[in-house]
Design a protein around this ligand. Structure first.
Ligand SMILES: Nc1ncnc2c1ncn2[C@@H]1O[C@H](COP(=O)(O)OP(=O)(O)OP(=O)(O)O)[C@@H](O)[C@H]1O
Ligand code: SF4
Ligand SMILES: [Mg+2]
Length: 342
């Protein structure tokens, strides 16, 4: 994959305000046997805490099934949390009424993995972009036209008049994803959640779409949660990286510190395997490190990574859940190797 011709963003100035606070978030899905008897819970999110700052881009990485999309959907209000809290601009989401939820949802743009699946096939580009405005009470035709023109210009679907009557199947994969991004931007959000936004696209188009997202981020000072399997892109795209394993965030760091020295053995294995930026990351990512991901219905005792970890401290890691240790100023790891850093 060609590299992104963009600079690593500046690290987060400390004085910036969190736009989003996620505290001890749990999302469990009940599993029923024969549709009747409770067989247990899939603990898809199991105690996740972090802040996202205004205008900040954070990448979330982790292998398939570790809970990345569940985290995105819980923040978006599509999944209901079992426990914990989410604050957006200091407002506890659990206290929002119907209108409050509508305002909140209009502040967040959502970009999914599969652009075609995300677009209603029988609606034209114009209707797809009008729909969120109608739902959110923007009925003035001139205002609708202004916003449509602006977002289509921003995502570079031009000439605009040619695209407005088209249906999703008439667009290429890259154009469909541009349209999904335009729809996510139409309500002028403060935050974007992009869940594997480029994984279904050709390599050449991926770079264009990521550059487009980065341009929007800078222009509108958007906070972005970027979920990805493609580790070759995170170094160019995000200020911080969170590494997820078994429904928990196990490492949080500035991008530069994590790329210099990943601390958690799981993150070390991930990044070692993808240090070649031209490697086929999707394939290598899934096979590294060796061993099976943990069951989320019956997770291993202690550190969830211990059955796969070559640095396990017997009697500690397999018994006790590691808390987060602040190893460096901007670098936290939930791993017993750092127990002397408190
Ligand atoms: N609605 C649901 N009902 C039951 N289980 C679910 C539901 N949604 C997700 N899960 C389970 O929760 C776990 C986490 O799923 P999730 O989709 O969040 O993973 P992911 O990290 O996004 O994976 P991928 O990289 O493959 O997209 C998986 O075991 C999944 O099967
Ligand atoms: S806590 Fe122990 S088992 Fe878990 S990653 Fe650290 S060293 Fe490995
Ligand atoms: Mg997912």
């Amino acid at each position: 994959m060609p590299s992104l011709a963009v600079k690593l963003p500046q690290e987060q100035p400390k004085e910036q305000k969190p736009i989003l606070r996620v505290e001890n978030l749990h999302t469990w899905f009940e599993v029923r046997r024969m549709g009747f008897f409770k067989a247990g819970d899939v603990r898809a999110l199991d105690g996740v805490t972090f802040d996202l700052y205004e205008g900040e881009t954070v990448s979330i990485v982790g292998e398939s099934g570790c809970g990345k999309s569940t985290l995105a959907k819980t923040i978006l209000g599509i999944n209901i949390p079992t426990k914990g809290a989410i604050y957006f601009e200091d407002q506890d989401l659990s206290t929002l009424d119907k209108q409050g939820w509508r305002n909140y949802r209009s502040s967040i743009g959502y970009i999914q993995q599969d652009p075609y699946g995300a677009l209603p096939p029988f609606m034209s580009v114009q209707r797809i972009l009008e729909e969120p405005m109608k739902i959110n009470g923007i009925r003035n035709k001139e205002e609708q036209a202004r916003r449509i023109r602006q977002v289509l210009e921003e995502v570079k679907l031009a000439p605009i008049e040619d695209f407005l009557p088209k249906f999703p199947h008439m667009l290429s994969g890259g154009q469909q994803q541009r349209l999904v991004i335009a729809r996510a931007m139409i309500l002028e959000p403060k935050m974007l959640i992009a869940d594997e936004p480029v994984s279904m696209l050709d390599a050449s188009v991926r770079v264009e779409i990521l550059q487009l997202l980065q341009g929007l981020q800078t222009k509108h000072n958007l906070a972005i949660i970027y979920i990805t399997h493609d580790l070759s892109t995170v170094r160019y795209f995000s200020e911080r990286i969170f590494s997820m394993y078994g429904a928990k965030i196990i490492e949080k760091s500035s991008t530069s510190a994590l790329l210099k020295e990943p601390l958690h053995p799981y993150t070390q294995a991930l990044f070692e395997a993808t240090s070649d930026p031209d490697a086929e990351n999707l394939k290598t990512f899934k096979n590294v490190p060796a061993g099976e991901p943990p069951s989320l219905m019956n997770p291993p005792k202690g550190c969830r990574f211990h059955p796969r970890c070559s640095q396990i401290i017997k009697g500690l890691c397999d018994e006790h859940i590691p808390p987060e240790f602040q190893v460096h100023e901007e670098h936290i790891a939930a791993c017993w190797l750092y127990k002397d850093h408190q």
